[in-house]
Design a protein around this ligand. Structure first.
Ligand SMILES: [Zn+2]
Length: 482
């Protein structure tokens, strides 16, 4: 049940933040108890529907019927889990069942109904059943049980009063609370907000996750994704090395793994989760950069070239890996979410041929191999991805944009995604870089103070003489036997 809200307020969007939990041992056990009870609810529904199927009856999948079964089961069936939390599991089942049914009706017969049991099931509580006070969250429990108090490891990043639901879940070896808030779409003082008539083209890519171009004044934004790509490569190399080192010790099927093996598996899962967090964070930051650039330029429409046509073609082992690591669907999703919050519209258009069309004279030219596109017809030269973004901007539906008078003539802003990733040092052209080291220093390593001399003794080296360079004749020994 979504909470009631004032209809008079403007458009809203829903956003979710995943927040870690700081728990005592007892709180941890109660949280796991709730998740396990959720898994029991899920397993019960699967079991009931298996009986129905064997008898040839219609399955029970509607949310009201499932809730009827739950209330008929009486209190105390699912441990400390309250009815609101148990109903969230039923809602999840019902949604999964009906979406599978719809897709099967549409001809996708490989889609299956929910059938896997899960030990731990995420539990969601809706507005009004829980309270959030700074970092303390009070989750409801079954009647007769005290509420479950948990502490968040950071404050909720949304204004108070906007939180609509919380979800307790176990992921990547940790307990989390997903906090979902209902946020109003950004409003701007009159005359400063994004103007839907101002259009920018956006080209998506691997080396540059976003290349955006504003054809009105020829300015552009280039976001480098090399750090993200490096993170993917390092992670892959790391995983491969770990697999190679441990494959010999893997337990055979059916055999119980050793404690050491389980520890290794746990470590591998944690590393995998960290890699996903890192790349996702970098993508979010890159998108935020793009959206703030658009807001600054008062751009109200982003025309995005959709390259998903290329993904269906088999492109060979190497390129397939590149495309998989690109995470295009996620990129588009994040872009649409952040644009909606900022009040910017996003249009997807076909990007075919944009990287082999001159943005100035619109003639077909051969696709450039490097990063720079040069046109033999009109002497245009500019960044390949930016040129594609200028061409994409002209494909906006419903009204042609102002034709770029001179593409790439304005200021091109360069930003880098994933600056927090390990190994991503300061850029060569980063104005905040450290002052250059004096050239004469060479590579002497870290400078350390000289060790103190022992009391009552003198240095064996005469003063004013360099110990490194004894003035010895060639062939003459500086060492004298005792
Ligand atoms: Zn040209």
């Amino acid at each position: 049940m979504p909470g009631r809200r004032n209809v008079a307020t403007g458009p809203v969007v829903h956003r979710t933040a995943r927040i870690g939990l700081r728990l005592t041992r007892a709180q941890r056990q109660r949280c796991f108890g709730l998740l396990r009870a959720g898994g029991d609810v899920w397993a019960c529904v699967l079991e009931i529907n298996a009986w129905h199927r064997r008898r040839g009856d219609k399955p029970v999948a509607g949310f009201p019927e499932l809730c009827g079964l739950l209330s008929a089961s009486g209190p105390g069936t699912f441990g400390e889990l309250d009815s609101a939390g148990a109903r969230s599991v039923l809602r999840r089942y019902s949604d999964a069942w009906f979406s599978a049914a719809a897709r099967r009706r549409a001809g996708h017969h490989e889609v299956r109904y929910p059938r896997r049991r899960r030990a731990l099931m995420p539990i969601r509580w809706y507005h009004g059943t829980f309270t959030v006070c700074r970092r303390q969250v009070r989750l409801p429990a079954a009647r007769g049980c005290p509420p479950v108090l948990v502490r968040l490891d950071r404050t909720v990043p949304y204004p108070p009063g906007t939180v609509r639901s919380v979800t307790l879940l176990f992921d990547a070896g940790r307990l989390w609370l997903d906090v979902t808030a209902e946020l109003p779409v950004a409003t701007y003082p009159p005359g400063t907000g994004p103007d839907p008539g101002r259009v920018a083209g956006v080209d998506l890519g691997i080396i540059h996750p976003y290349a955006a171009a504003n054809p009105a004044d020829g300015t552009g934004l280039l976001i480098s994704g090399r750090a993200i790509r490096a993170e993917h490569r390092l992670h892959l190399a790391d995983t491969k090395a770990r697999r190679r080192a441990t494959a010999r010790r893997a337990p055979s099927p059916g055999q119980r793994g050793s404690r050491r093996w389980r520890k290794m598996r746990r470590r591998a899962r944690l590393v995998e989760a960290r890699h996903h967090r890192r790349t996702r964070q970098a993508l979010h930051e890159a998108t935020t950069t793009l959206i703030s650039w658009a807001v600054e330029q008062r751009i109200g429409t982003l025309t995005v070239g959709d390259p998903r046509g290329v993904l269906d073609k088999p492109a060979g082992r190497r390129h397939n890996l590149r495309l998989r690591q690109w995470q295009l669907g996620r990129t588009l999703h994040i872009l649409q979410d952040k644009a909606a919050l900022a009040g910017i519209r996003v249009h997807l258009v076909d990007e075919r041929g944009t990287s082999s069309t001159c943005p100035a004279c619109h003639q077909k030219i051969s696709k450039p191999r490097g990063r720079t596109m040069t046109c033999p017809h009109c002497r245009f030269a500019g960044h390949r991805d930016l040129a594609a973004a200028f061409t994409i901007a002209t494909r906006t539906q419903g009204g042609a944009t102002t034709t770029p008078a001179n593409p790439c003539s304005g200021v091109v802003t360069h930003r880098r995604a994933g600056r927090h990733l390990p190994g991503a040092g300061p850029a060569r052209r980063d104005p905040r870089r450290r002052p250059p080291r004096p050239a004469a220093l060479g590579s002497l390593g870290r400078r350390r103070p000289a060790p103190p001399l022992p009391v009552g003794s003198r240095s064996l080296t005469p003063v004013n003489e360099d110990p490194q360079h004894h003035r010895t004749q060639p062939g003459q020994r500086s060492w004298t036997p005792h």
